[in-house]
Write a protein that binds this ligand. Structure first.
Ligand code: AR6
Length: 174
């Protein structure tokens, strides 16, 4: 199963798609979302604006995903997903985080992509404890993997400390 943990800035990766940990408006924000919009350029925001709202102010509900071109990024596509805000763990957070990974993978497979990179969705300002997020995210990625044409999956951690948590979750599942 090809999942690797890398450390660095996801906007620099040469993969078919990078996943954005966005918010429901899809109109940008801080963290990895801000970095992706800065690197992709203003056409990304324009493309997000074009996506239909499912309710006022919501283009992508938590647990769901949308795809746009990558514009100035190396990546051809950005898959925008919205993670859960951590509220103690008993408000559906695990199911929503799993769904982010499943739906992002499904979009990548539907577009015939061969490689994809995920950030540590919800593990920043949304407050999901990374020790809980990492094993759940990795299990979801394995479940969603295309067995006939497996995608090359990277999880891109911004710090070495975060990467250690993900590597140890990965090796516990091997
Ligand atoms: N490359 C890879 N990882 C990054 C990068 C980068 N360039 N920059 C930050 N990270 P966060 P969330 C890491 O807060 O918790 C936004 O404002 C970061 O260190 O970006 O899902 C959205 O608009 C952390 O480990 O996403 C939403 O409002 C991880 O990416 C909200 O934040 C996720 O942190 C989403 O919160």
């Amino acid at each position: 199963m090809s999942i690797e943990i890398v450390t660095g800035d996801i906007t620099r990766l040469q993969v078919d798609a990078i996943v954005n940990a966005a918010n429901a408006t899809l109109l940008g924000g801080g963290g990895v979302d801000g970095a992706i919009h800065r690197a992709a350029g203003p056409a990304l925001l324009a493309a997000c604006r074009e996506l239909p709202e499912v309710r006022p102010g919501v283009r992508c509900p938590a647990g769901d995903a949308r795809i746009t071109p990558g514009y100035r990024l190396h990546a051809r596509y950005v898959i925008h997903t919205v993670g859960p805000v951590w509220r103690g763990g008993s408000h559906g957070e695990p199911d929503l985080l799993a769904s982010c990974h499943h739906r992002s993978m499904r979009l990548a497979i539907a577009h015939g992509l061969q490689s994809i990179a995920f950030p540590a969705i919800s593990c920043g300002v949304y407050g999901y404890p990374p020790e809980l997020a990492a094993p759940l995210a990795l299990r979801s990625l394995r479940e969603a993997q295309d067995t006939d044409a497996p995608l090359q999956i990277s999880v891109c951690c911004f710090s070495e400390a975060m990467a250690r948590i993900w590597r140890s979750a990965l090796s516990a599942q091997d």
